[in-house]
Design a binder for this molecule. Structure first.
Ligand SMILES: O=c1[nH]cnc2c1ncn2[C@@H]1O[C@H](CO)[C@@H](O)[C@H]1O
Ligand SMILES: [Zn+2]
Length: 441
């Protein structure tokens, strides 16, 4: 790749990608100033070449639609390696929540910047994020040039005063994101889970989402214990409770979904929910069951893929995650044909983009130019019988060379502007957070 001009990172320019493999053929892609794909064609298309402000020579790279991570807690990047090898409830209540009590907006800003670096490096262009101080997460996403759906993690534990403050935080995020007027950034409601949010809280979130036409992002049936407790407390299974509270729609993204039974899968299918499979987190926290991917797909749901946060993963590498997904599904359901490479690829491209409402997740005329170049002059892509197979089963994020989101180049020739400073600041911020917690006893 030839273009050395640092302005290539500025955005708002027309870009011609030449010498790439696009939709299975050698060709080129023209990106217009508005960040949309103008044309894709075979050959180098000299006509368009003269118009483009920047030309990126892909050197035979695979041009793939950028990837979408449909469940994470981006700023938990600061908690990477802070508490490992524990049981989920103990991990949350004894380690994670006490540390999160000391989080500041500045921490979330720095942690989200770090998360964006990691995601861009694995070819991710969009993510679905649940955390706190989300105005600061929005600032980081805006600056890093990615797309995101952001929600405040709404937890009321049945307490009315707490519920009121969570409602205020959700409304404030709505106004803030609306005021940013950035089409790459959306907000959602974020009822954390059926075991941390009351019926009233779940209902408020679903009504707010419908009224404002925004997504709803929730954890669902991650562990067997929470399913048992839900039945004891509410006399219903978790997905049934969500249906009753109006939380199941085609704008709902439900993370984990491990312990859903057949009838619950049918419910998610009926409403066109997007489940987010999080295999690394489920394996690490020993959830004991993999998401029933095939049942959800057959029922009409839109299965997608998420990494979960860096404290249960411990990275945000979607290429690592997608391989885990394809392998875990086969292993757990004892079927060597479940979740084949092309379906795993759909999960991180078209299905993910559909879940978050960020275009078709395909490289086609008129679509947002969300394009990733994956090198082919590397061992993991040699030989290149089947690009999709290699992307899912053999490529690591070290093969990701260039990342373009809405026509803006976020990484080129493996370089992301400002990366060194972002890593340094994130590391300082993380140690400072832990120090504040220890000082407070
Ligand atoms: O795997 C998980 N299950 C449940 N909660 C989680 C998981 N990972 C992170 N969080 C928690 O969700 C909240 C988001 O606002 C945070 O408290 C975060 O620690
Ligand atoms: Zn989560």
């Amino acid at each position: 790749m030839t273009n050395e001009d640092p302005d290539i990172f500025g955005g708002g320019s027309s870009v011609l990608l030449v010498n790439v493999i696009v939709n299975g053929k050698k060709g080129s892609i023209y990106i217009d100033e508005s960040g949309k794909i103008g044309e894709t064609c075979e050959g180098t298309n000299a006509g368009l070449k003269s118009e483009a402000e920047f030309i990126i020579d892909g050197n035979g790279a695979i041009a793939t639609p950028g990837f979408t991570n449909t469940h994470t807690h981006a700023a938990m990047s600061l908690l990477r390696g802070y508490a490992d090898d524990m049981h989920l409830q103990q991990w949350l209540s004894e380690k994670i929540w006490p540390l999160e009590a000391h989080l500041t907006g500045e921490d979330v800003y720095r942690g989200t910047e770090l998360a964006c670096i990691e995601m861009i490096r694995s070819g991710t262009i969009a993510f679905n994020d649940m955390y706190f101080f989300m105005d600061q997460a929005a600032k980081a996403v805006d600056e890093m040039g990615m797309k995101a759906v952001l929600c405040h993690g709404f937890i009321d534990f049945g307490d009315e005063a707490k519920r009121e403050s969570e409602i205020k935080a959700t409304e404030a995020l709505y106004s803030h994101v609306k005021g940013m007027n950035n089409p790459r950034i959306k907000m959602a409601t974020g009822p954390h889970a059926p075991y941390t949010v009351s019926r009233e809280g779940l209902t408020w979130c679903s009504e707010f989402s419908k009224e404002k036409d925004v997504h709803l992002h929730i954890h669902l049936s991650e562990t067997e214990t929470e399913v048992k407790e839900c039945i004891e407390q509410h006399g219903k299974k978790p997905a049934e409770l969500l249906e009753e509270c109006g939380c199941l729609t085609n704008k709902t993204i439900a993370a984990h979904c491990c312990w859903l039974d057949d009838a619950e899968c049918e419910l998610l299918g009926k409403y066109g929910v997007s489940p987010s499979h999080n295999p690394a987190s489920n394996m690490k926290l020993a959830g004991g069951r993999a998401m029933p991917y095939q049942k959800l797909l057959d029922a009409g749901a839109n299965p997608t893929l998420g990494t979960d946060g860096c404290s249960s993963n411990n990275n945000l590498d979607i290429l690592e995650e997608v391989k885990f997904a394809a392998l875990l599904q086969k292993f757990f359901w004892n079927s060597d044909t479940v979740l084949p490479a092309n379906e795993a690829y759909d999960m991180i491209t078209s299905a993910g983009a559909k879940a978050l409402g960020f275009g078709p997740g395909r490289i086609e005329k008129g679509a947002p130019a969300d394009i990733v170049l994956i090198r082919t002059d590397v061992a993991c892509n040699t030989p290149l019988y089947n690009p999709v197979s290699n992307i899912i089963y053999s490529c690591g994020s070290n093969a990701v060379d260039t990342v373009i989101c809405d026509g803006r180049v976020l990484m080129h020739e493996n370089t992301i502007p400002g990366e060194e400073e972002i890593l340094k600041k994130a590391s300082e911020t993380a140690f400072d957070l832990v120090r504040r917690k220890e000082d407070a006893g």
